[in-house]
Design a protein around this ligand. Structure first.
Ligand code: FAD
Length: 134
C-alpha cells in the first residue's frame, strides 16, 4: 500500500462484549504518535475494491501499541472483516489524523458520547486525567 500507510501486526484480540472486540496493533519497534482523540483508517482490499474505515485508539500515544475498540455490525463491511481477523495477521492503517483532540487541558470539560462513540472520549479522558488541571 502507499507510503502514507503503516503495516501493522494484530498482536492481541480481546472480546469486550458480544459485539465489541479490542484489537492491539503493533508495527515492529514503531512508536505511535498522535493526539488522543485522533483516528487511523484501517484499509484492506475486498472484491477488488479498497475499503477504508476510521477507528480511534483508546490508549495514550507514545507506546508501541495501538488499542482499537470495534463494534461489529452484522451487515457492515469493515467491522465484520476486523472481527474475522486472527492474531498474527497484517493490518494496514493510515497515519493518525483528525481534528478531534483536547485544546486546553486546564479547562473543565464534559464528554458526551453513545455506543462505540466513546472511543475518542476514553483516549481524551486518559490524557485529561494524567495531564489536565480542570
Ligand atoms: C472519526 C471516526 C472514528 C470512529 N471510531 C470508531 C471506533 O473507534 N470504533 C468503532 O467501532 N467505530 C468507529 N467508527 C465507525 C467506523 O468507522 C465504521 O463506520 C463502522 O465500523 C461501520 O463500518 P462497516 O464497514 O462495518 O459498516 P458499513 O459497511 O459502512 O455499513 C454501516 C451501516 O450502514 C449501512 N449501509 C451501508 N451502505 C449503505 C447505503 N448505501 N445505504 C444505506 N445504508 C447503508 C449498513 O447496512 C450498516 O448498517 C468511527 C467513525 C469515525 C467517523
Amino acid at each position: 500500500m502507499a507510503s502514507d500507510t503503516l503495516e501493522t501486526t494484530l498482536t492481541s484480540i480481546h472480546e469486550m462484549t458480544p459485539r465489541v472486540k479490542q484489537f492491539i496493533l503493533e508495527a515492529g519497534d514503531h512508536t505511535f504518535s498522535y493526539q488522543p482523540g485522533q483516528h487511523v483508517v484501517i484499509k484492506f482490499e475486498q472484491n477488488g475494491d479498497v475499503v477504508g474505515r476510521p477507528y480511534t485508539p483508546v490508549n495514550l500515544p507514545g507506546t508501541g501499541a495501538l488499542a482499537l475498540g470495534i463494534k461489529r455490525y452484522e451487515d457492515g463491511t469493515a467491522s465484520t472483516w476486523m472481527h474475522d481477523r486472527s492474531v498474527g495477521e497484517e493490518i494496514t492503517i493510515t497515519k493518525p489524523s483528525g481534528n478531534l483532540h483536547l485544546r486546553d487541558l486546564d479547562r473543565d470539560v464534559v464528554f458526551l458520547s453513545t455506543g462505540t462513540g466513546i472511543t475518542p472520549m476514553i483516549a481524551m479522558l486518559k490524557q485529561y486525567l494524567s495531564e489536565g488541571s480542570g
